[in-house]
Ligand binder design. Structure first.
Ligand SMILES: NC(=O)C1=CN([C@@H]2O[C@H](COP(=O)(O)OP(=O)(O)OC[C@H]3O[C@@H](n4cnc5c(N)ncnc54)[C@H](OP(=O)(O)O)[C@@H]3O)[C@@H](O)[C@H]2O)C=CC1
Ligand SMILES: O=C(O)[C@@H]1CCC=N1
Length: 272
């Protein structure tokens, strides 16, 4: 029997997960979504054939797994609305929200719930995501296996032992695709400034990022070694890398990831 899964919130992240699950053969009728925005709800229905609802309780009622995919700022209100149903049905609850902790989620849902915190990323849409997972003590082995299997449909999963580290997972891989897209934007604009046609610049940048990421994932060699192989002494790459280093590239990346990690902590504290 296909597992019935209710997504509460049908925005960017839910769409990526639903798209990934649907394309990997999960029965669309077993995927329920609650989403207040008409256009998003209708789009999910027409694109993936899921059952879409305007209210969280209608989507969640009877589902074995609830995936909470609303913004952190509305999570408390959503959980408190769902608490009576959670107490009656005790689903496996998986939250993908940045910052919000399992203790908070459990408390807002009325207590005694199996709660898994998951941090996926949008490449899940193409089955190319990665998800960090943390389970609260009320989650049994079956619940851990079930949540890992669900997220594994859209990419590899990594269990994180210390929940505090989930903010670092969020900062590195949850937000990470946006950093790569920013790099793509900047490289494309720079290529155009050097005289390339926009379509050519975009094609060159996209395939370069894909090729480099494929090398990182398929060759058992560290980034540093792969970089050295591109960098001929006194050549073009060296000129670029020296410019990056002189501009404080590594320190900037470090500060950006520290800021994202800290924002996760703040989101938790703000909703305690
Ligand atoms: N986007 C990403 O790359 C990632 C996001 N996340 C996490 O996923 C969560 C969702 O993010 P994202 O998808 O980007 O956000 P979105 O705003 O795109 O999606 C959230 C959706 O939930 C809807 N919503 C609000 N209240 C309710 C409710 N009571 N019941 C059902 N749906 C409701 C929102 O409607 P409305 O706009 O009207 O409020 C919105 O359409 C966040 O907690 C985020 O931290 C995690 C990993 C990666
Ligand atoms: O920006 C955010 O807060 C969410 C969490 C990770 C990616 N997007």
């Amino acid at each position: 029997m296909t597992l019935s899964i209710a997504f509460i919130g049908g925005g960017n992240m839910a769409r990526s997960l639903i798209g990934g699950l649907a394309s990997r053969g999960h029965k669309p009728a077993a995927l329920h979504v609650a989403e207040p925005v008409d256009s998003l709800r209708e789009g999910l229905q027409s694109d993936f054939g899921v059952a879409a609802y305007g209210s969280a309780a209608a989507a969640a009622d009877g589902a074995a797994v609830w995936v909470l995919a609303v913004k952190p700022q509305v999570m408390r209100a959503v959980c408190e609305e769902l608490a009576p149903l959670a107490q009656a049905q005790h689903p496996l609850v998986i939250s993908v929200a940045a910052g919000i902790g399992t203790r908070q989620l459990d408390q807002w849902l009325g207590g005694g719930q199996a709660v898994v915190r998951a941090m996926p990323n949008t490449p899940a849409l193409l089955g190319a995501g990665i998800t960090g997972l943390f389970a609260n003590p009320a989650t049994d082995d079956a619940g851990r296996e079930r949540s890992a299997a669900l997220l594994h449909a859209v990419g590899p999963t990594v269990w994180i032992d210390d929940e505090a580290r989930m903010d670092a997972v969020t900062a590195v891989s949850g937000s990470g695709p946006a950093y790569v897209f920013l790099l793509a934007e900047a490289m494309t604009a720079a290529g155009i400034r050097q005289g390339l046609a926009p379509e050519a610049a975009q094609a060159l940048v996209t395939q370069t990022l894909l090729g480099a990421a494929t090398m990182l994932s398929q060759l058992d060699e560290p980034a540093e070694v792969l970089r050295a192989r591109v960098t001929s002494p006194g050549g073009t790459t060296q000129a670029a890398i020296e410019t990056f280093e002189a501009g404080g590239f590594r320190a900037l990346v470090d500060s950006a990831i520290a800021a994202a990690t800290e924002r996760g902590r703040q989101l938790s504290a703000a909703h305690d």
